[in-house]
Design a protein around this ligand. Sequence first.
Ligand SMILES: [Zn+2]
Length: 678
Amino acid sequence: MNPPTIPFPHRQIHLDFHTPAGVTVGDQFDATTFFDTLETAKVNSIALFAKCHHGYSYFDTKVGTRHPGLGFDLLDQMVAESAKRKMPVLAYFSLNVDEVFAEAHPEHVAQFRDGKPVDSQILQDGSELYWRWLCPNRGSWLETFFFPHVEECLRLHLLDGIFIDMAGYLPGSCFCDDCQRLMNEQGIDPNDDTAHQQFNSATHDRFARELRRRMDAIRPGLRLEIGCYNAFGEAAKAKGVISDFYAETLAFQTGWLAFPLLGRYLSNTGVPVMGMTGRFLKNWGDFGTVVSPAQMKYQVATHLMVGAASCIGDHMHCNGALDKAVYQTIGEAFSFLEPRQQWCVGMKRLREAAILIPDGVENAAMVAAKGNGVSLFDTLYGAVKFFTEEHIQWDVVDASMDWSDLRTLVVANPPATEAALGKLEAFVADGGSLSVDPNAILTTASFAARWHALLGVKSAKHGEHPGTYYSVSGQLAKGLPDMAHYVHAPGLELKPATGSKVLARLKTPPFVRSREHFYGHFHGPDILDAGAAMISSQEGRVLTFAQPLLAAYLHTGYHAHRTLLRNVFQKLLPQRLLRTNAPGQLEITLGKKDGKMVLQMLPFIADRRDRNSFESLNEPILIGGFTITLTSGPQVRRIYDPLSGREVNFRKTTRGMSFRPPPVREHQLLIAEMEPAG
Ligand SMILES: [Zn+2]
């Protein structure tokens, strides 16, 4: 495998072009205008279409089917002009979604367990995608059609790389005869969801490695972007195959917390990460929408916050012309981004806490944690929201990564292996602390007793109530209204082991609400004591929760949960990299690059007044009058805004270096130069 030889670009456009038959294509394409528009918008890399989901190609192909409404070699004209401009081009190929091919060859379409073809995908907002999905294992179409098509394109055009989309299966597939036969040969039980998911992942890993081999045979070291490694437990396999991750998150589809989580996780593999957002309001292909310049700047600034490069998704009109108005907004965002990227892209994040994500679990586990009402992602996003609002410097790690510099971990799933448990035990023995979510407690693993011993838990079982109360006192109650607080999510009944401390009591209504037996409008008041809500063990370094507080905070935004969590993390993480009285709407991250400290601030203030509306960020609002104290590390010599050159005054206090940043309206960068060590 060859490393990529092309410099990793920072401001890419992903130019979707899924175009069905029945329309005229490219009649208004003009290569000069097209690239002038891109260059004016500060674009320095682009993915252009070789083959779309409809199955049409946009170049003169002998292997595939040129779009019937296209009268010339569009891709060739695009690539020829890009070469003059020295703008790198990736050629886009849709792998498993190809309507032309699926229509001609239904014998290669993926199948559900009942033998029905995979031909529908429901998105989070309820909209449906109608295309069919092919199965790479079903027949030999990769060898006879797909690989030759990519190879033909690479030989015809001077490309910088290949972008592969739709390298995956929809949930519940594939159970075609070939997949069943291969699983049988490999001793995989097709009824084991986890094993089936791993088999599916292996199918696309094999595909990607073969594609890399064939690309290298034509021109070594080309860029390759493919999404099949963007999953927990899969990312590390991408090394040596892909050139960079594209971490695609459109906020309407995934929410605003997805990129910070995914981007951090992927970048810990050591492979460069490019964040991919979109110009659209909702989904890809949401023609007639462009987000506000303020929002677009926010979207790409979230990439800076984790040290990633940026890509913005667009969808070209079938006439082949770029929309000038769209590129005005993209240009505003990329012009804003350009001077900031040199400071942020590739920086090393400074971190003190991390979310430990499950390693080697199936994707399905991400959608719904089994047997409990809260999904794994609710817990993970709850942690992202809490850490962001509390200005805790956080990261995302899995069991295989290095945690040695971390001081506290959020554990959302039980350890998958004895080795992972051993690593957690060693982490705690070395002085690290854990906060353990209820979803992480129950396990059928052979080492369950050893896990529970670390947690100080004697026994645990699912509680009957759809929600329960916690009651706390002392330091943990600081700032909390003095009452029992309700958690609107089911939890566990926990019994502490001998030697553990119960730090919060669990209270319940007198009975579970039902038609036969109900109490007023909602749940009843806190009447029964149901044992432990929070257990402390290992001299206070491990806190285990009966209630899914992080998920409940995500769902309800209840201030009491945040206050309790703040008090909990005061115990688990008493020393911080920074302290501030800035509001939680201001995200602050610390990084290091070229020996300098990189401090980034990014306000998130959404326009939302109706419970059914979506958070758009149309008007930036000034946040000011706060202080930041950098509490550790070497002595600061100088703090300045590298874009304006303006110096920021600071003073030494007993807690560290304190300063008042200028008021922040949008992404703000400050650089701290340190005194030389020693
Ligand atoms: Zn199959």
